[in-house]
Design a protein around this ligand. Structure first.
Ligand SMILES: [Fe+2]
Length: 315
């Protein structure tokens, strides 16, 4: 049975890193009295005197239902609702106006200052950081034309294995990110070595073997990736302790790394190469089973087999 290269994507490995909408903190700050700032974190806020209003204006001159502030894609607008006394923005009566940081809005005789925070929310910042780092991962993929998009495919397979092992979404996401970045240390390996069509010398192998530790070192200044560094550093360790760079074995190897090893090997065998087609499915199964317990964590192998074949290693 031949496993087509596109098989990874028929495994229902969805792209789960769709860009989140950036959010900023915005608020209205009363300019008199001791009232607290009114946070504008809802998609639509009504400012007025009704009981249903999100913010009560203790000002007789403000009509009962005065104005609303709309938040649309991080842009804020103030809209007059036909109030008797009008809504003013920086001294000018308005019906519908976009707000900018520092604007003064007057409802009745009550003045608020609109403040737009400069801090993007943590999720968006994480996404921005990750985009920067994954662009490096893509640069690594591009260094080796034979394995373009390799790390993306590995990340998807690794995430599926993590979920099959019962890891929660947060842990599975760590595995996916580690999978995407696992070979980032290859950015320091010369192209002449990475692309060499002939067998490598021992000195050249030594350069290749530096990439897991180099990868962890490259990413170590990024605090938000600190949890995945063991997964990067240890992705060429072996379950029997004969791997590199540290020769650790068994469960002393980070689970992320044990998963990436299996996903990495699976993808390599199931992909077309210039010198061979994708390996047959039965060959892949035999190889995975043959190396379970020596090169690979047998539980991780079993999880991948469960996904791919729905069979047990013992069979
Ligand atoms: Fe690697």
């Amino acid at each position: 049975m031949q496993l087509p290269e596109t098989e990874f994507f028929s495994l229902d490995i969805s792209q789960s890193d769709s860009p989140p909408e950036p959010k900023r903190q915005a608020c209205l700050i009363p300019q008199t009295g001791s009232a607290k700032p009114f946070a504008l974190d809802a998609p639509q806020c009504v400012v007025g005197r009704e009981e249903t209003a999100d913010y009560f204006i203790a000002d007789r001159r403000a009509s009962r239902r005065h104005a609303k502030v709309l938040a649309l894609h991080n842009r804020y607008y103030v809209q007059d609702l036909g109030s008797r006394n009008g809504t003013y923005l920086n001294g000018h009566r308005i019906e519908n106006e976009r707000l900018a940081h520092g604007d003064l809005i007057m409802f009745g005789g009550t003045v608020f200052r609109f403040e737009m925070g400069t801090d993007l929310d943590a999720t968006y910042l994480k996404k921005l950081n990750l985009d920067t780092v994954t662009s490096l991962a893509e640069a690594v993929d591009k260094k080796d034309p034979y394995t373009g998009s390799h790390s993306l495919a590995v990340s998807k397979v690794a995430e599926r294995i993590a979920l099959a092992l019962g890891l929660d979404q947060a842990a599975a996401e760590r595995v996916r990110i580690a999978g995407r970045l696992h070979d980032i240390g290859k950015i320091g390996v010369p192209d002449a070595v990475l692309r060499k069509p002939a067998p490598l010398t021992e000195a050249e192998f030594a350069l290749i073997r530096k990439h897991p530790a180099d990868g962890a070192s490259i990413l170590s200044p990024l605090e938000f990736l600190i949890d995945i560094l063991p997964g990067i550093r240890q992705h060429h360790e072996r379950f029997d302790g004969r791997g590199y760079p540290d020769g650790v074995s068994g469960t002393a190897i980070a689970l992320e790394a044990r998963i990436i090893q299996v996903a990495d090997t699976y993808h390599a065998m199931a992909s077309n190469r210039p010198y061979r087609h994708a390996q047959p499915l039965e060959f892949i199964r035999a190889e995975l089973i043959r190396h379970a317990g020596t090169q690979f964590d047998p539980d991780v192998i079993q999880a991948l087999l469960d996904i791919l074949f729905s069979v047990h290693v013992a069979n």
